[in-house]
Design a protein around this ligand. Structure first.
Ligand SMILES: [Zn+2]
Length: 212
């Protein structure tokens, strides 16, 4: 899901409220205006949340959501918190039919193929497994980890090679990824999910499949 439209609602309403607060903060009129802004923001955001949840729910029977770690909230930058908030994710997940919460442990630093944990991943965009040699886009590896955890299956190389690998080579019926070459791997998470990417279309006022 491309959730930038919801982020825009959050950011513009934050800015509007801040400017009202600066100009009329202590006044009665200011308080009324603030309440009106907040109401309008809540309604606009809710509309996006409902529509995003509806589209996600329509894509698969079961949808896994990475459980959120409350402690990390404080460490996140303010700019990020102003975007799509954790509260938004919670209400989106809460509205998706068949949503499953997946525990967030070692999502990005574990090799999805053999389970080896890279304790030194930090900001690196690629995971290189020192045990089995898997080299993969960090986000795509994390998504596979979440999927395996959601299914409740342990990391096993043979299973990965049998079930996961075919979905990454030259497209896959489940993701619908386009085939570039018979042996080409999806290079990243975006590549793997692109044919199913939905974004807000202003003219249709709805979330539609983004042109590929
Ligand atoms: Zn590995």
């Amino acid at each position: 899901m491309d959730t930038r439209a919801l982020t825009t609602v959050r950011i513009s309403s934050f800015e509007k409220r801040r400017s009202v607060q600066r100009k009329l903060g202590g006044l009665k009129r200011g308080r009324r205006l603030l309440a009106k802004c907040s109401r309008r923001e809540r309604n606009r955001a809710r509309k996006h949340v409902i529509e995003i949840a509806r589209v996600i729910g329509s894509l698969a029977e079961v949808n896994g959501f990475e459980g959120l770690r409350p402690r990390r909230m404080l460490r996140r930058s303010r700019a990020r918190n102003r975007g799509i908030t954790r509260a938004d994710w919670r209400s989106i997940a809460g509205r998706v039919e068949g949503a499953v919460e997946v525990p967030p442990r070692h999502t990005s630093d574990a090799c999805s193929r053999c389970g080896w944990e890279n304790r030194d991943l930090r900001g690196s965009a690629v995971l290189r497994c020192e045990r089995c040699g898997l080299t993969m886009d960090r986000q795509l590896n994390a998504a596979i980890n979440l999927h395996l955890r959601m299914e409740g299956v342990p990391h096993r190389r043979e299973r990965w090679d049998e079930n996961v690998l075919p979905s990454l080579v030259g497209g896959h019926p489940l993701t619908g990824a386009e085939r570039r070459g018979p042996d080409e791997l999806a290079r990243g998470l975006y590549d793997a999910v692109k044919p199913k990417l939905y974004a807000y279309d202003r003219h249709a006022d709805a979330y539609l499949r983004a042109p590929t």
